[in-house]
Design a protein around this ligand. Structure first.
Ligand SMILES: *Cc1c(COP(=O)(O)O)cnc(C)c1O
Length: 388
């Protein structure tokens, strides 16, 4: 499995879900959840607050907005791919006034552009930024966007979608001045889908007081109150997904978040190197043009003139490797683009033998299909991984 979520589950995470139902009012799960909250905050680099939902990432997207904003508020959506667009559509559906800065599909946003937009529209209440857009694998420089916001004199909240990047790409919530951060269980967190997370600071909590969109189910105030464990999930907790998340976050802390980021960075670089090697005939490219704007969690790969659906099909049916489909690549580059793209997810539970196996299976399929490429990408990737 090499799709960008749901990601591969470590064996110990799967084992911990093999249990009977548990009491959701008292007992072990209550204390374990308290420890989980502290671990998640450490991984996010925040000392502030978090609320969890029995939801996917879309739920956490909505939670972040409804807890901080009201219908008619102006928000600036920074878009570098399909997920940024989808989030802006959700915001629009909630009645917010959307201004979009589209950074395109291949480059991170220029922070200067954000600053200029905020100067033009000083009434902007929030900036919605996707850290890593999973469709394009472009990663934005969050700290620089924050600096540009500050320089513009804007009071807007910075709300960042880290669903793809959390536990993969370096991220420091408090240090980088992020007010709200959104994550979900099924990507870098190595847990099945089903838990959405919003992290928020005091400024966001203050915004909650005036937020008119909030409904009881999403309300931070109810979940974050001391009303008891049952209210933390506003009903029955997703018990077995929680057990998975207890274990997965323990694995992350045991390895150390700095080491986790470094492992992802090297593995991503090995993928980049393999693609650059394949490309010596000229038809292959990494979608994210600039090395420092490439995510450590996922890589979008383009191959002009060949159908990557065939490649994915061969990998899946004949070799047992599931690759990510190309999404959101078609709109401006012609319908053939979608077919010319695929993605390798390398998020969470991934190590050198797994990525070498992935790249090896891709090369095997390329040989079988007669798609033009320069053989030897796996060896090039191995050289990068030798730096481990
Ligand atoms: C996966 C993903 C989402 C959507 O998450 P769901 O759990 O599918 O709702 C949103 N944003 C980004 C950046 C993602 O990678």
């Amino acid at each position: 499995m090499a799709i960008p979520g749901p990601s591969v589950l470590p064996a110990s995470v799967m084992r911990t879900m093999q249990r009977d139902s548990v009491n959701i009012y008292e007992g072990e799960i209550v204390g374990e959840t308290t420890l989980l909250v502290e671990r998640l905050k450490r991984i996010a680099g925040t000392t502030h607050y978090l609320c969890m939902y029995a939801s996917n990432g879309h739920g956490a997207w909505e939670a972040a907005i409804v807890n901080t904003l009201s219908a008619g508020d102006e928000v600036l959506c920074i878009v570098n791919g399909r997920f940024g667009h989808a989030w802006s559509e959700l915001a629009s559906g909630l009645g917010l006034k959307i201004n979009i800065i589209d950074g395109g599909k291949r480059r991170a946003i220029n922070p200067q552009v954000v600053g200029d937009a905020l100067r033009r529209t000083p009434t902007t209440k929030a900036v919605l930024l996707t850290h890593t857009d999973t469709s394009t694998s472009v990663v934005n420089d969050v700290a620089k966007v924050r600096a540009a916001m500050n320089a513009s004199g804007s009071e807007a909240l910075l709300i960042v979608d880290c669903i793809a990047s959390f536990g993969c790409d370096r991220f420091m919530m408090d240090k980088w001045g992020v007010d709200v951060m959104i994550a979900a269980s099924q990507k870098g967190l190595m847990t099945p889908p089903g838990i959405g997370i919003t992290f928020f600071n005091d400024k966001a909590r203050k915004a909650r007081r005036n937020a008119k969109l909030v409904t009881p189910y999403w309300d931070w105030n109810i979940r974050d109150s001391s009303a008891g464990y049952y209210q933390m999930f506003f009903g029955t907790a997703p018990t077995h997904t929680l057990y998975a998340l207890f274990e997965a976050t323990r694995l992350i802390e045991r390895e150390g978040i700095e080491n986790v980021w470094e492992r992802h960075r090297l593995i991503a670089q090995s993928v980049h190197k393999a693609v650059e090697h394949w490309s010596q005939g000229g038809t292959w490219s990494l979608n994210a043009e600039i090395p420092c704007e490439r995510s450590a969690a996922v890589t979008t790969i383009l191959c002009s003139g060949s159908d990557m659906r065939q490649l994915r099909n061969m990998c899946e049916k004949e070799l047992g490797l599931t690759l990510g489909i190309g999404i959101g690549m078609g709109a401006t580059t012609g319908p053939s683009m979608e077919e010319s793209a695929f993605r390798i997810g390398h998020m969470g539970h991934v190590n050198p033998p797994m990525i070498l196996g992935t790249l090896g299976a891709v090369e095997t399929s390329l040989h079988r299909l007669g798609i033009p490429f320069k053989s030897g990408g796996v060896a090039a990737a191995a050289e990068v991984l030798a730096r481990f």
